[in-house]
Design a protein around this ligand. Structure first.
Ligand code: NAD
Length: 480
């Protein structure tokens, strides 16, 4: 099947191709074939993007929220029309199953729709004055042009969380989607442009990531930076932003604990959590990744997880029979090998999986591991792949101690039907998100983000727009 998405930069409302520019290859992770070539922005492109973003902001901030909403909803209709084709691009460049790609495009549609509506509710407030004479108001204003950088694991979802919320807040945005998965973001950009987005409101650039961020962030034009990716790069971007004091929103890595208590029906829990684990081959920042199971149900949980895991069918995401696609690139496969080798060297038991799969494509078998000491690498470094370490715990205090042992804290999962246990665990987990007895962590109307080294600032929910708004205080007396 052909990859039909044309890869271009979007600078000042114009699509810019590869002529006179370097290109980098884009691979299909299921086949390792080069499927396209991506033009990368030169300094003049980046400079134009910055200036155009400034001009675009001046235009866009004057549009009323209602008018912005109308354009965003028009974009939604165009995305719906192109949804199958964009989902195919997504699967070919990222590897996830076509079914998951369709769900992601649906998430893109829902996010734009929700943000477009919420843009009408950037309410301020009136504060009663001390003497009754002054009228004291707080009004919300868009912060200005925004620079955004996102990871490859949700080529549509990560891009749209940035784009929809900045546009709804009245800001312009320069975004660098991932070079591994560029086509989905470009396709979404095409839909906005077809809907009539003014030039400069959205610019899309690609290149050597560090060169792009250094160039964009040293400029005083972007007033905020928003990033989805690793802790290490998040810290680096915060430090680059400090020169011009940009407001940062950092959605970084996690290592989600899953706490399964003695009182649950294990079959029901497995039905929810096991499939959730292998979504996107485990390459999800909120993926359940450290399984803490109370002693009485520990063995039953392992048996059940292994049974399900053995049935997961690996393959090209475009094939209907595929349950789980490849990892994004070879480096990810090597990371799984590193974790598994380390586990073996520490006496860990491989209950199923434990190796690469096939001879073409970046596949790694879904793998269930037990008998690991708490200092095993995979319990301390983010896995971001299909490994399932299962650890027993005795008391709830023990589960909390194990769960809170890292510097990151993004999502967490609890399974218990005992309300006392649920309250104790959810109150004591040091994380941004707690999900009790289910796995629906992220929808457009609820806040998403972590604590500690998982970053700060939220996406989605009313908090998501706040990242791109400033509060202006006006106090006014009607006469001198
Ligand atoms: P990464 O930080 O290396 O790369 C992520 C993105 O940032 C890529 O597009 C990359 O090109 C870009 N990037 C890298 N260096 C950059 C730089 N110097 N300047 C600007 N952009 C740069 O991360 P990765 O390992 O490729 O992606 C997985 C990581 O992303 C995991 O840690 C995962 O948890 C995290 N992530 C977090 C969330 C969240 O919402 N919290 C969502 C998805 C992924």
């Amino acid at each position: 099947m052909n990859y039909n998405q044309k890869l271009q930069l979007l600078i000042d409302g114009k699509w810019v191709g590869s002529s006179n520019r370097e290109t980098i290859p884009v691979f299909n992770p299921a086949t390792e074939e080069v499927i396209s070539h991506l033009p990368i922005a030169n300094e003049s492109d980046l400079s134009n993007a910055l200036n155009s973003s400034k001009k675009g902001f001046e235009i866009w901030k004057k549009w009323s929220p209602l008018r912005r909403q109308a354009l965003m909803l028009k974009t939604v209709e165009i995305i719906k029309r192109r949804s199958d084709e964009i989902a195919k691009t997504l699967t070919m460049e990222m590897g996830k199953t076509f079914r998951e790609s369709k769900q992601e495009i649906n998430q893109v549609i829902e996010t734009i729709t929700w943000c477009a509506e919420e843009g009408k509710r950037t309410y301020g407030r009136i504060i009663p004055s001390r003497d009754g004479l002054a009228r004291q108001m707080v009004i919300k204003e868009p912060i200005g042009p925004v620079a955004a950088f996102v990871a490859w694991n949700f080529p549509g979802g990560n891009v749209i969380r940035k784009v929809a919320s900045t546009l709804a807040a009245g800001c312009s945005i320069i975004i660098k989607p991932s070079e591994e998965t560029p086509g989905t973001g470009v396709a979404i950009g095409e839909c906005f442009m077809e809907a009539g987005l003014p030039p400069g409101v959205l610019n899309i650039v690609f290149g050597v990531p560090d060169n792009i961020s250094k160039f964009l962030l040293k400029s005083s034009i972007p007033k905020a930076v928003t990033f989805t990716g690793s802790v290490e790069v998040g810290k680096h971007l915060q430090s680059l932003s400090s020169q011009t004091l940009k407001k940062c929103t950092l959605e970084l890595g996690g290592h989600a604990p899953v706490i399964i208590c003695n009182d649950v029906d294990i079959a029901k829990v497995l039905n929810k959590i096991a499939y959730w684990k292998f979504r996107n081959s485990g390459q999800v920042c909120i993926s359940p990744s450290r399984f803490f199971v109370q002693e009485a149900v520990y063995k039953e949980f392992i048996r059940g997880f292994v049974d399900i895991t053995k049935q997961i069918k690996l393959g090209n995401g475009l094939e209907d029979s595929t349950d789980m696609g490849p990892l994004i690139f070879g480096r990810q496969v090597e990371k799984m090998e590193y974790f598994v080798e380390n586990a073996k060297s520490l006496g860990g038991k491989i209950n199923c999986g434990g190796q690469r799969f096939g001879t073409k494509g970046y596949f790694y078998e879904p793998t269930v591991l037990t008998d690991l000491p708490m200092h095993a690498k995979m319990l301390n470094e983010e896995i971001f792949g299909p490994l399932v370490p299962i650890i027993p715990f005795k008391s709830l205090e023990d589960a909390i101690e194990k769960s809170n042992s890292l510097s990151v804290g993004l999502a967490s999962y609890i399974f218990t039907e005992d309300q006392k246990s649920s309250h104790f665990l959810s109150n004591n987990l040091e994380v941004g998100i707690v999900c009790v007895n289910h796995t629906i962590v992220s929808v457009p109307e609820t806040p998403f983000g972590g604590v500690g080294e998982s970053g700060y600032g939220k996406e989605n929910g009313i908090e998501g727009l706040e990242s791109f708004l400033t509060s202006k205080y006006i106090t006014e007396i009607s006469h001198l």
